[in-house]
Write a protein that binds this ligand. Structure first.
Ligand SMILES: C[S@@+](CC[C@H](N)C(=O)[O-])C[C@H]1O[C@@H](n2cnc3c(N)ncnc32)[C@H](O)[C@@H]1O
Length: 588
């Protein structure tokens, strides 16, 4: 699908059938890829980091972009800067000055964002679609925020998908790209532009005029309005293929590596369950204004006699606010069964919640007995949740990180095990002992599932709670060769004395990727094998590019996506790096 060449339509923008009322039409509006709170735990929060701007994005890119777009745009209801302020159609000097200041502020804000998080993946699509020379000219002329499209309906041909699953089209009347969630390559669509970003506009899908042959009916009643899923209108094989393409593009644009150093990206590892797989759901809600007024009055006002309407669910793509969700076909059966009660308990106690609160529903095994397949739902963040991966038993805090798709974990572990077995340490006079360092280890998923391959394993993790549970899991599984440390990942390197030529390091950081101090420590340790698992392939590509530049002896032996989140644009990427001739050296 992505091989289609951009088609510039000579179609005049169509008069809007919807006016500014985004609710009256089918499709989407203010969705952001990052607005899907697919893993709302704090490990996804990006900290500050100092990097070269060219080194690329982090998860906060999208969030910063929202901030930027909020600055740049006023949302559907704010009137456009009035170019017709004067009867002669010209801007007043005051308006021009204001516009100039605004552009300057936007450029400064954008530069700060890129310095912090890198360029957004969509930028590379824009360059390919408009042409590098056009983008360069727009930037040189200071027009990268200026060629904004009007808020109205357009008829567009979709050229390709962005890495976050939006259909991308070229504007019919200027050098600008338009991103439309749920539109597919090759389709002719009507879409309503509602805001502008740097070099592109965002639009909601109004109607598919000519369907792509691959388009299918979504299983979920909320698909058209919910920001949670991007690909329910595509078959599963196609979703896997798209995710592989996302990895290919990420390494091309974000690793800074020559193509011959990047291996063929292997087919995406499928999820055995494509619906009903999510073991964690976090619907959120905003307090009705009457309740907020009650809180603000500090007891002076009374609660409203009639319960105000409350939306509990996920972000909308067809307007601002929260979409009320009574079921989610991605969540496991027990979570869907528990959802009505959880929603009702919020409604009955609404005055006790803060604005923007989130509900937690975690699917937990009832017991660790392999014969017992029953599950139950845990809603208390501090309660423990039981999991099993193959024969390994795990407990972890409900509010802390645990992989959300239970069904894919055995094949992920099998894949990582095989990579380790396939890359033994270089022959040396030493015996064949091997050591594992599991960084960003959570409650010990990788360390403990792989412990039998190693003489000794050590894990490090920021969350003290997760480390407490990792130690419990050591006991639970009768493991004798594992220890865990609470702290920032780079701290582990000063505490271990494994011989580097016999050491494997597993890296599984949050979406922002690794911090530079961590990468520097890793380079110093120079393990013979690195398995880098990531929920953000863009930061993974950046970090691996950094590592290979710092130490060209590493070879990337494989890169493969794993589909932890079917129906969404998210893809986990597993990269294996090896130093084939790593010589034996003294312990660190
Ligand atoms: C994607 S999760 C992976 C957890 C674990 N590997 C698993 O599969 O269950 C990332 C983990 O990194 C932890 N984390 C975030 N920043 C960290 C840091 N600077 N040092 C160590 N751990 C960190 C988070 O608490 C979270 O548990």
């Amino acid at each position: 699908m992505s091989s289609l060449t951009p088609v510039r339509l000579d179609v005049k923008p169509m008069p809007s059938t919807s006016g500014a009322n985004s609710q009256s039409v089918e499709g989407s509006s203010v969705a952001q890829p990052s607005s899907l709170n697919i893993n709302a735990s704090s490990d996804r929060d990006p900290p500050e980091r100092k990097r070269k701007p060219s080194r690329s994005p982090s998860p906060s890119a999208a969030r910063d972009a929202i901030k930027l777009s909020k600055e740049a745009e006023a949302g559907p209801s704010r009137p456009l800067p009035s170019k017709q302020a004067r009867p002669d159609g010209k801007q007043s000097a005051q308006d021009r000055n204001k516009a100039k200041k605004r552009q300057k502020a936007l450029r400064k804000q954008w530069a700060e964002q890129v310095a912090k998080t890198g360029e957004k993946p969509i930028h590379h699509d824009i360059v390919e679609m408009l042409g590098a020379d056009v983008v360069e000219r727009l930037i040189k002329e200071g027009k990268e925020f200026e060629e904004r499209m009007e808020r109205k309906e357009y008829t567009l041909t979709i050229d390709r998908l962005s890495s976050y699953g939006e259909g991308l089209a070229i504007s019919p009347d200027r050098d600008w790209v338009i991103a439309i969630p749920h539109a597919l390559p090759g389709e002719l669509v009507r879409a309503y532009v509602f805001s502008n970003e740097r070099l592109y506009a965002k639009a909601r899908l109004v109607e598919v005029v000519e369907r792509a042959p691959l388009r299918q009916e979504a299983a979920c009643q909320y698909f058209k309005s919910c920001a949670g899923c991007q690909y329910q209108h595509l078959g599963y094989d196609e979703q896997l293929r798209i995710k592989r393409d996302v990895i290919i593009k990420a390494y091309k644009h974000f690793s800074n590596l020559p193509p011959d150093l990047i291996p063929d990206i292997a087919p995406t590892l499928p999820s055995p369950e494509q619906f009903g797989y999510r073991t964690k759901l976090t619907p959120h809600f905003e307090l009705p204004f009457q309740i907020r007024a009650f809180h603000r009055s500090k007891g002076k006002k009374s609660l409203p006699a009639v319960q105000p309407e409350l939306q509990i669910g996920f972000d909308r793509i067809d307007g601002p606010g929260v979409l009320d969700i009574e079921e989610c076909p991605l969540a496991t059966r027990v979570i869907n069964e528990a959802l009505p009660d959880a929603r009702q308990s919020v409604k009955s106690n609404i005055s006790s919640f803060k604005n923007g609160a989130t509900l937690l529903l975690r699917d937990s095994l009832r017991s660790h007995d392999p014969e017992d397949v029953a599950c139950e739902v845990v809603r208390d963040h501090n309660a423990s949740v039981r999991e099993r991966v193959d024969s390994m038993k795990f407990e972890n805090p409900a509010g802390a990180f645990w992989q959300n798709n239970r069904s894919i974990l055995p094949s992920v572990i099998a894949y990582v095990r095989q990579a380790i077995v396939d890359h033994p340490p270089a022959p040396s006079s030493d015996d064949s002992k091997r050591y594992l360092v599991d960084t960003y280890c959570g409650s010990g998923f990788f360390a403990l599932c792989l412990a039998d391959l190693f003489e000794k394993v050590s894990g490090v993790e920021l969350s003290k709670d997760s480390i407490k549970y990792a130690k419990t899991n050591v006991q639970l599984n009768g493991i004798k060769n594992a220890d865990f440390l609470a702290g920032s990942a780079e701290n582990i390197f000063s505490q271990i004395s494994f011989p580097s030529h016999m050491t494997t390091v597993v890296i599984d950081p949050p979406r922002r990727g690794c911090d530079v101090p961590f990468l520097e420590q890793l380079r110093k340790l120079s393990p013979h094998l690195i398995v880098y698992v990531s929920c953000n392939v863009h930061t993974q590509a950046r970090d691996i590019g950094w590592l290979l530049e710092a130490d060209p002896d590493y070879k990337i032996v494989s890169i493969r996506g794993a589909d932890f989140f079917p129906q969404s644009h998210h893809v986990e990427s597993i990269a294996v790096l090896h130093k084939p001739n790593k010589p034996a050296g003294p312990p660190l």
